[in-house]
Write a protein that binds this ligand. Structure first.
Ligand code: TYD
Length: 136
């Protein structure tokens, strides 16, 4: 169920499709490898805008681009790898202390984020130099 290629860990989400169309269901601790506590989504991103630019101490997330496309760059302090998310049946799993940036949002991009914990500013690492110190 997981296609690991270095930093980029893609989960193949099960699509329940029939002649009416498609449906993906995600269940805490089953299709997601952590207890789900928070869902948010990023949409209406203005042209040329990039987001993210932080790491987390302990948060785990799965990112699903349910509409449109965007590019996610991950950096573990040693390698930087990016991937284009453009399919509602692919989830990008991000865990560990990994710097993330989101770029190249299409105007119709809706980026769904499933997170293992509530929003907590104390879990953020917003300084790249502090991030490098943490993973170094
Ligand atoms: P921000 O951290 O800048 O988003 P990103 O890093 O994905 O670009 O978040 C934008 C604002 O939304 C900021 O004021 C914090 C707030 N926020 C919440 O209140 N709850 C959340 O779950 C998230 C992700 C952000």
């Amino acid at each position: 169920n997981e296609g690991r290629q270095g930093l980029i860990n893609i989960l193949d989400l099960v699509v329940r499709g029939d002649d009416r169309g498609s449906l993906v269901a995600l269940e805490s601790e089953k299709s997601l490898p952590f207890p789900l506590k928070r869902v948010y989504y990023i949409f209406g991103t203005q042209a040329g805008v990039s987001r993210g630019f932080h790491a987390h101490h302990s948060l785990k997330q799965v990112l699903v681009c349910v509409s449109g496309s965007c590019r996610v760059l991950l950096d573990d302090g040693q390698c930087r790898e990016d991937t284009i998310l453009n399919s509602p049946d692919k989830g990008l799993l991000i865990e560990g202390v990994v710097w993330r940036e989101m770029h190249d949002f299409s105007s119709d991009c809706v980026l769904l984020v499933l997170a293992s914990d509530y929003y907590n500013e104390n879990d953020y690492v917003r300084s790249y130099s502090e991030f490098l110190r943490l993973v170094g």
